[in-house]
Design a protein around this ligand. Sequence first.
Ligand code: ASP
Ligand code: MG
Length: 412
Amino acid sequence: MALIVQKYGGTSVGSPERIKNLARRVARYKAMGHQIVVVVSAMSGETNRLIALAKEVMPEPDPRELDVMVSTGEQVTIGLTSMALMELGLKAKSYTGAQVRIVTDSAFTKARILSIDEANMRKDLEDGNVVVVAGFQGVDEQGNITTLGRGGSDTTGVALAAALQADECQIYTDVDGVYTTDPRVVPEARRLKSITFEEMLELASQGSKVLQIRSVEFAGKYKVKLRVLSSFEEDGEGTLITFEESDNKDSDNMEQPIISGIAFNRDEAKITVLGVPDKPGIAYQILGPVADANIDVDMIIQNVGADGSTDFTFTVHKNEMAKALGILKGVQAHIGAREIKGDDKIAKVSVVGVGMRSHVGIASQMFRTLAEEGINIGMISTSEIKIAVVIDEKYMELAVRVLHKAFELDGI
Ligand code: ASP
Ligand code: MG
């Protein structure tokens, strides 16, 4: 007997039929003797609909009130899911995040989980219930409803698996696993049987939307066994996220691929602060106020100074470009910057793979491939297992296709 957390995304609960289908899968697992916790997202499109609705009333919605309303999407699906399970003769009990007591900080719309009280869930499981929990939401110490950021149900699933010390966390989605890249961009992309946790973390942070990055961080921290599977297939094996490099890759593959996947991201914007004095403290004076406003910064580049001045470039989420520009304009005189510019027509493309550690020349191969297509590189950042470049948004798909081919990821 195992304790399994199964998380179902929006498309997997997108209609009453699909919810019934989900219930049948849960019933099969119950029949094998397992204890099951189900975490559900809102029905597909529902969260977007609720956000749009809020914006019709208040163009920049108040974050606390936004969380109160967008969290209702998941509240609908937990009730429906429990009912579908009951219709199959199973015992089921639903919980909102607050009812579980998934306690978060008070950063509305992007709250972080602080603690989970798993006692009630455990008791329900022992009484033979399927426990159904609303993804994406929690409650702060003051009792305010919070949400965990878009895609946050993944994090709920993994966090519950960690708190309950589950044997496996299964993420059911509309794709049958993690791919070498998005098959909508590269039809030759193929499913990976397994991927290391480190690679998954890079892919998620570089824009692969299969799993929310926080869920991967959580899984790594608490060593949660994580598997991504299709909710539309009976018995696919999906992609297992492994901790050991040696368990990784297809065992029949003698030669391990150097690159596991290519991620891309259109969500970032570039901010350039031109002509700042080249002296100690300048990076802090620029990024300090941005961080104080709770704006996440991704890539950062500072040019070599010339004539005592330098340029400073960094990326933020597109949605936060205007806010970041406003903040910097406010301190422009104080910093002594000549000009501050924003550009949201950029894309980031990254190649990721633990095999990079033992191979040289990956960066030059990547840059050559892009150069051959006449694609200009605006920014570069690297880690031990990743090389990411910022390019003009209009070349993004081309870049992903040629890199997928150049690194021999096209279907075999
Ligand atoms: N319903 C939320 C969203 O659309 C959370 C999730 O689906 O994971 O972002
Ligand atoms: Mg999702």
